[in-house]
Design a binder for this molecule. Structure first.
Ligand SMILES: [Zn+2]
Length: 412
């Protein structure tokens, strides 16, 4: 098989801080064969552009509409049939791929909608990123996202819920360890489960060879989630009172030692720097942003490993604007472009258990994107996607001006 050879002005491979000039990426089948600056003639040349690993969003909700209010989103999910939710999930998936996201981990849908979307994409019947599904998140009666309908209050019910998810072929388990902002009947400041129950879910995942993710919106549940060694701690919020966050070095040390990842949420509300209407919202999650980001900076400086995710589907957070979330991280968390890109590629892949993705190195899966300009000097370039390749195949952007020779249109 002849390799496909791609070139651009520069390439950032997901590992280092700087870019390779005039790179040649050879792709054979679904793998990257070589990355170098050899004089090999290129089959695809992108002048003025940068080649990057495909983006990985570790926390999205494909069934949600990203409407302006929580109430509207909950009404949308409750009002739609599973068929409608599947159509929505597939439309969101297509939009994500067009924005350069080649893998998503869906952190909560309803019944088997996400697994169906995942399988259709996998079979080539629909276009989209690869999807990791948790099915629905395990939560309590009236708890966070109870409207996604996987309710379990007692330990026995939690055991059954985790079993059920594993039986229907999910890729990981997700639990709502605290209440959430979206669900008014839940309390973000309180743990929804005791430490033994949280341990049980993580253990179930480990026994099945899957990782587990815990939603944590206050420090109430953090010690138990760390003790249970959940692979990813979604939001990883250290809040102890309405506006007070309290970072605990001992807890963070244990997260580092165990190889846990904090999933930092750059959702619609966190994008205040680019969405002026957010600042007008007189709600807690916006008023707390300064304190939240300050605590997250501390956690990063301490050395906790992190991914940056969108939580797409929640309010004002459409799935194809991951770029805005990443740019917000530059403003709010004072990270460099390469730190941000690493959190959304190499680190993300590791966090969700896909070590063969996230970097452009030989043997890895050929998931790559081409963006205009140089995102390492101007992160806004991450939103100017010119081409997307998933598993060695070009995805044809709807408005792409470039033509790709030697492509099997049906399969891309
Ligand atoms: Zn979420």
């Amino acid at each position: 098989m002849n390799p496909l050879v791609i070139t651009a002005d520069r390439l950032w491979d997901g590992t280092g801080g700087s870019a390779i000039r005039a790179p040649k990426v050879s792709v054979v089948g679904d793998r990257i064969e070589r990355v170098d600056s050899s004089p090999t003639p290129a089959s695809h040349a992108f002048a003025g552009c940068t080649i990057l690993p495909g983006l990985i969003d570790t926390h999205v909700h494909l069934v949600m509409s990203a409407a302006d209010t929580n109430e509207a989103i909950i009404a949308q999910v409750q009002g739609e049939t599973d068929e409608q939710l599947l159509d929505r999930a597939l439309a969101n998936a297509r939009a994500a791929l067009g924005a350069g996201i080649t893998t998503v981990r869906d952190c909560g849908g309803r019944r088997n909608v996400i697994q169906q979307a995942r399988d259709r994409i996998r079979r080539g019947e629909a276009e989209g990123p690869d999807v990791l599904a948790c099915g629905a998140p395990i939560t309590t009666t009236r708890g966070h996202c109870c409207w996604l309908e996987l309710i379990a209050d007692t330990r026995e019910e939690v055991r059954n819920a985790a079993h059920r998810m594993l039986d229907v072929g999910v890729d990981f388990l997700k639990v709502m360890a605290t209440g959430g902002n979206m669900t008014a009947s839940s309390d973000p400041m309180r743990a929804q489960y005791d430490a033994d129950t949280l341990m049980l879910i993580a253990d179930f995942g480990r026994a099945a060879g899957k990782h587990a993710a815990a939603h944590v919106l206050s420090r109430s549940a953090l010690p138990a989630v760390v003790a249970a060694n959940y692979r990813t701690i979604e939001h990883c919020d250290w809040r102890v009172e309405e506006f007070r966050y309290e970072f605990q070095p001992e807890l963070a040390r244990r997260m580092i030692d165990q190889g846990q990842f904090a999933g930092l949420t750059m959702s619609g509300l966190a994008r205040r720097a680019f969405l002026p209407e957010v600042n007008k919202l007189d709600i807690g999650p916006v008023k707390r942003l300064d304190a939240r980001f300050e605590c997250e900076r501390r956690m990063i400086e301490f050395g906790v490993r992190y991914t940056l995710h969108s939580d797409a589907g929640v309010r004002m957070c459409p799935i194809d604007r991951f770029d805005l979330g990443l740019r917000a991280a530059q403003v709010e968390l004072r990270l460099t472009p390469s730190e941000i890109l690493r959190a959304a590629t190499a680190t993300a892949a590791e966090a969700i258990g896909l070590p063969e993705r996230g970097t452009l190195t030989p043997g890895r899966r050929a998931d790559l994107i081409v963006v205009e300009g140089d995102p390492l000097t101007d992160l806004a370039c991450i939103g100017k996607v010119r081409a997307v390749m998933k598993a060695g195949r070009w995805y044809r952007l709807p408005d792409a001006a470039i033509t790709f020779p030697h492509q099997d249109r049906q399969r891309v």
